[in-house]
Design a protein around this ligand. Sequence first.
Ligand code: HSE
Length: 329
Amino acid sequence: MDTQYMQKKSLSAYAPASIGNVSLGFDLLGAALKPIDGSLLGDEVEVCQADSFSLQIKGRFADKLPADPASNIVTQCYHHYLSCLANKGIASDSLPAVAMTLHKHLPIGSGLGSSASSIVAAFHVLNQFYTALVGKKLFDDNELLLMMGELEGQISGSVHYDNVAPCFMGGLTLMAEHGAQVALPLPIFKHWYWVSCYSGISVSTAAARAILPKQVPMGTTIQFGRQLAVFIDALYRQDEKLAAAMMTDVVAEPYRKSLLPFFDESREFAIQNGALAFGISGSGPSVFAVCDSLEQAKVINQWLAENYIQNDTGFSHICQLDQQGAVVY
Ligand code: HSE
């Protein structure tokens, strides 16, 4: 038991924004983001011991969520967590309830893994809180990831781990979805910069999935498999040129880019100005550009901020990969 937590009656968790797919790995690859200027790019969830459950929602994007806390994903995480505890023989009425606060810093429908960030922060902080209370580890990381994926699936219409896994584990992750191994950490290029730009419009993941064809032609399937396999090999051999050359999206981008004003112009500018790769972040509308020089990242960041952003909700950050993932404090 962690006595530090036992002494505290409240705990908080931060869970970073993430890039689903990373262009070449539809539903199978994800990356966690950390702005280099130190700004927070992720949601926070706080829990305090209480007589009954409650959820307060604060933060820049709080007013974009349903007004009724009962329909908030964090409330659903709480009930799901308690039902998983009940399956382990720990009845919820034997435990104190919690008052939760969601600090919603990420925009909804942004392609930055906004729902994943809330879900990961909620499960992570609940698990640490109740683990400290009960005095033994309740769920391991894989059990938590399975819960996170299930809740993410309730929002987006299908279970996929490419946001929750990097958000929870940090870095770049490959989905294994094999038995207890949900996701695998991958080597990264530590000097790469990831410019991440949110345009300010909202695209629902469910809608962006609905426009994709249900069947993929044989040639596309082979290209997808080749790119993903070669990319992973290049990461392990630290061959950044080959890795970057594999970072194109043959599955979703051809269909989804029609939802994204100025996508083609932005890609053209980024590639002409030295980006190693450019693509849609998750299901969009955010886009990302990968650079191996900070100077190039600055130029692309500024251009995207001036040209890709559509309204005053949008923003752009130069990031590196967040190697820590979700943290409890
Ligand atoms: N892999 C998911 C998709 C990510 O592209 O639909 C959603 O953020």
